[in-house]
Design a binder for this molecule. Structure first.
Ligand code: SAH
Length: 562
C-alpha cells in the first residue's frame, strides 16, 4: 500500500482508524475488509470477534493490544506509542476496533496523538453495537408508536467511582436508552432510572454477545432486569436497553430462527476454497470460523521440474503425465512458463504424451488450459487412478506424477509394481498457517464448547488441523465433531479420536445437508446421522467440482486406511 508522505525528510506511514463491527463478520464494512488485505500492520483489541480474527491475513504484522483479565494489557499511552512508531516506520497501519471506532472506543484520543505528530489518517466508521446488537435481538431502536429517539450512554464508572449519569434527564426522555459498558452496574442504572421517575414496568433487556452465534437476550423490565442478569449469568460484552421497544423482541426476534442460527462451525480449507462453503453456511445463519488449516506453497526455482520436464520433452514412446489436483495443474503450467516452456515442448515431438487426472475437478482445471485428459478413474482416489493407469498405459511407459510433496503414498507403489518407471515430481508444499492470537481464540472457543462442528473436506485438512490445533491444546480431540465430506476423511478424523459425521453424498450439497439435518432447527436426528455413511471415494474432487472446479488439493496428503 502506498503511504508516502514526506515531512521533515521522513517517510511517514498512514493510519486508518476503522471499526470492525460487533462480531458477525458480515457486518464488516467493505472498506475495513479491503484495508485488512492491504495494510502492512494491523493493531487490534479484544472486542474483535474470532470470526473476524480468522480473516486477518497471517502474513501481516498483527499487534494485539487488547485487555484480558489477569493479563497485562497495553495502556492507552502504550497503544498511542505503538501507532506512532509504526506510522513513523512508513507503514500503513490499520487500527481496528470493535463496533464503531468513535463510539466509546477512545478513538478520538488516538487521532489527537496522530494530529500532533503530523501523521495522516482516515476514519472508517463501523457498525456499532449500540444499534446492531438490538437489531439482532429483534428490538427496533425507534418505532412510531413507542420511541421517537434513542440515546447511547456509557455505563462505565469513572476512576473516582462517581456516576456521571444524569438519571432525571434520561428518565424524562421518551426514547430508547442504550447503555454500553453498563453490565456490572446494571442494578445501579435501573434503580437510578426508577428513582428518577421512570415507570417500574418499563421494558428493559440485556443483550449478550450480540450478532454472534452464541448471542443471548433477556427481556424483562427495569425492576427485574438486574436480578435476571444474575440468574442467567450474563457476561460481558453486553448491552443494556431500556424502553418500550424492548417488548417487541418476543415478536421480532429472528437471528436464532434461521436454519443454522446460533450454530458455529469451523471450516478448515486453504483460504480461497473455504470461502464458498463458509458463504453458504452463513446464508443459513451459522457463524463460520474460517481457519486456514492448510495452505499450498509452490516450490520456486524447482530444479527437478526443469530437469525432469526437459527429459520428458525429449522422450520417445508413450509417456504419461498425471495430475492429482487442480492446484497441481495450475502450479505445473505456471512453472512451465517460468522455465520458458510451453505445451509444444511435449506434444509436437516424438513422444506420445498422455494425460491422466484423478477426478473431474482436476480434469476441469486442465480444460482451462485447453487440454483434455485421456484418463480419469470412476472413483476419484489415488488407488483407483493407479490401478486404471497400470491397466491402460503401454508397457515401458514413463510416468510423471506432478503433485504436492506430501502426496498420497498409494499411487507410486501400484505403478512401480506394475513395472513402470515413475517420477514423483513435487510441485508444491502444503503448509499450515495460523497466527498466534487466532490459535488462542479458536482454542478458547473450543474449550467453551462453542464449536458445533469442524468441517473437513479432505484427509489432509484433518491432518493440518490436528497439527495446528491439537498439539498442546487445552481441549481434547473428543470435543471435536468432525463433519466429513467422505469416508476417507472421516477415517482420518477417527484416527485422531474425533467424533465424526459423514455426508451421505460426497459434495458440498451433501455437507450442507448433513449440517442442516444434524444442527438445523432443534436437531434431534443426530444419532441416526453419526458415522457410517459411504459416499464416493474421492471426496475433494467432488467438492472441487461444485466449487466450479476450483476446489481441490486433496490427494496431496491422503493416507488410505483399509
Ligand atoms: N466501539 C464499540 C463500543 C466499545 S465499548 C461499538 O461501537 O460497539 C464496549 C462495549 O460495547 C461493551 O461493554 C458492550 O456494552 C458493547 N458491545 C460491544 N460489542 C458487543 C456485542 N457484540 N454484544 C453486546 N455488547 C457489545
Amino acid at each position: 500500500m502506498v503511504a508516502e508522505n514526506k515531512k521533515a525528510d521522513r517517510i511517514l506511514g498512514k493510519v486508518w482508524l476503522a471499526g470492525a463491527g460487533p462480531g458477525d463478520a458480515g457486518l464488516l464494512t467493505v472498506k475495513a475488509k479491503e484495508l485488512m488485505e492491504k495494510a502492512d500492520t494491523i493493531i487490534y483489541d479484544a472486542l474483535i470477534g474470532t470470526e473476524i480474527l480468522c480473516q486477518l491475513p497471517a502474513e501481516k504484522e498483527l499487534i494485539y493490544v487488547g485487555k484480558r483479565t489477569g493479563h497485562h494489557h497495553a495502556t492507552q499511552e502504550e497503544i498511542n506509542q505503538i501507532l506512532l512508531a509504526k506510522a513513523k516506520e512508513g507503514k500503513s497501519v490499520l487500527r481496528l476496533k470493535g463496533g464503531d471506532p468513535l463510539v466509546f472506543g477512545r478513538g478520538g484520543e488516538e487521532l489527537e496523538v496522530l494530529v500532533r505528530e503530523g501523521i495522516p489518517f482516515e476514519i472508517v466508521p463501523g457498525v456499532t453495537s449500540a444499534t446492531a446488537v438490538l437489531a439482532y435481538a429483534g428490538i427496533p431502536l425507534t418505532h412510531r408508536d413507542y420511541a421517537s429517539s434513542f440515546h447511547v450512554i456509557t455505563g462505565h464508572p469513572r476512576k473516582d467511582g462517581i456516576s456521571r449519569i444524569d438519571y432525571p434527564a434520561l428518565a424524562k426522555l421518551e426514547g430508547t436508552l442504550v447503555f454500553l459498558m453498563g453490565l456490572s452496574r446494571a442494578g445501579e442504572i435501573c434503580q437510578g432510572l426508577i428513582d428518577a421517575g421512570m415507570p417500574m414496568d418499563t421494558p428493559a433487556a440485556v443483550l449478550e454477545r450480540g450478532t454472534n452465534a452464541r448471542q443471548r437476550s433477556v427481556v424483562s423490565d427495569v425492576t427485574n432486569l438486574p436480578r435476571k442478569i444474575k440468574e442467567e449469568g450474563i457476561l460481558s460484552p453486553a448491552v443494556l436497553a431500556v424502553g418500550k421497544v424492548c417488548a417487541l423482541a418476543s415478536e421480532l426476534a429472528w437471528a436464532g430462527k434461521r436454519i443454522l442460527g446460533g450454530r458455529q462451525f469451523v471450516v478448515t480449507r486453504p483460504k480461497e476454497q473455504g470461502a464458498e462453503l463458509a458463504r453458504r453456511l452463513r446464508e443459513l445463519g451459522a457463524q463460520v470460523l474460517e481457519v486456514p488449516a492448510i495452505r499450498t506453497v509452490p516450490i520456486r526455482q524447482n530444479e527437478s521440474f526443469a530437469k525432469r520436464m526437459g527429459q520428458f520433452a525429449r522422450q520417445k514412446g508413450e509417456a504419461w503425465l498425471v495430475f492429482t489436483s487442480p492446484t497441481g495443474v495450475r502450479v505445473f503450467f505456471a512453472e512451465m512458463l517460468e522455465q520458458g516452456m510451453d505445451l509444444r515442448s511435449f506434444f509436437c515431438r516424438e513422444a506420445k504424451v498422455k494425460l491422466a487426472v484423478i477426478g473431474s475437478a482436476t480434469r476441469n482445471a486442465l480444460r482451462e488450459y485447453g487440454v483434455l485428459a485421456d484418463l480419469m478413474p470412476e472413483v476419484y482416489d489415488s488407488e483407483h487412478l493407479g490401478r486404471l493407469l497400470a491397466k491402460t498405459a503401454a508397457a515401458g511407459s514413463e510416468i510423471v506424477i506432478a503433485r504436492a510433496r506430501e502426496g498420497a503414498e498409494t499411487l507410486v507403489p501400484i505403478l512401480e509394481e506394475a513395472g513402470f518407471t515413475v517420477t514423483d515430481l513435487a510441485l508444491y508444499r502444503i503448509k499450515t498457517t495460523c497466527h498466534e492470537k487466532l490459535r488462542e481464540a479458536v482454542a478458547a472457543t473450543f474449550a467453551a464448547g462453542e464449536v458445533d462442528g469442524v468441517i473437513f473436506t479432505s484427509a489432509s485438512t484433518v491432518k493440518g488441523f490436528a497439527q495446528e490445533f491439537l498439539s498442546g491444546a487445552v481441549w481434547e480431540p473428543e470435543m471435536v465433531t468432525a463433519v466429513c465430506i467422505g469416508v476417507q476423511t472421516a477415517e482420518e478424523a477417527r484416527q485422531y479420536k474425533m467424533k465424526t459425521l459423514v455426508s451421505e453424498e460426497a459434495s458440498m450439497d451433501g455437507l450442507v445437508e448433513v449440517l442442516c439435518k444434524t444442527f438445523g432447527g432443534r436437531g434431534g436426528e443426530e444419532e441416526a446421522l453419526v458415522e457410517g455413511f459411504g459416499g464416493r471415494g474421492g471426496e475433494e474432487e467432488v467438492l472441487g467440482e461444485s466449487l466450479g472446479g476450483r476446489g481441490d488439493e486433496e490427494e496431496t496428503a491422503w493416507q488410505y486406511i483399509h
